[in-house]
Design a binder for this molecule. Structure first.
Ligand code: ZN
Ligand code: ZN
Length: 97
């Protein structure tokens, strides 16, 4: 597993706590989960911001979308858009929610 491209510290991406952390795979689905592990498309989130509240990324669609966009943007700092599209099959930076 690669380290997250989103974070250097192991803490919740949203609130910064290091209590009760879950590793979230940014792009869901079986194939994407493997790709997320390989390329570091993962983030640490506390339970509240993961799946234990309606504010969590699994229920809060705009948070989910924001994290996906930010992950694609980070990846594209040193990869091409085509590389991202070949991996994930979707461009989160150019369509509206
Ligand atoms: Zn949090
Ligand atoms: Zn998750």
């Amino acid at each position: 597993m690669s380290n997250s491209i989103m974070q250097t510290d192991k803490k919740c991406l949203i609130c910064g706590t290091n209590y009760n952390l879950h590793l979230h795979h940014i792009f869901a689905g079986h194939a994407n989960r493997k790709i997320s592990d390989k390329y570091g498309f993962t983030v640490w989130l506390c339970g509240y911001h993961h799946n234990l509240s309606k504010e969590g990324v699994h229920y809060n669609h705009s948070l989910d979308f924001a994290i996906k966009r930010s992950c694609q943007a980070k990846f594209e700092l040193n990869h091409t858009r085509k590389e991202f599209m070949d991996l994930i099959g979707k461009n989160y930076l150019e369509f509206e929610e």
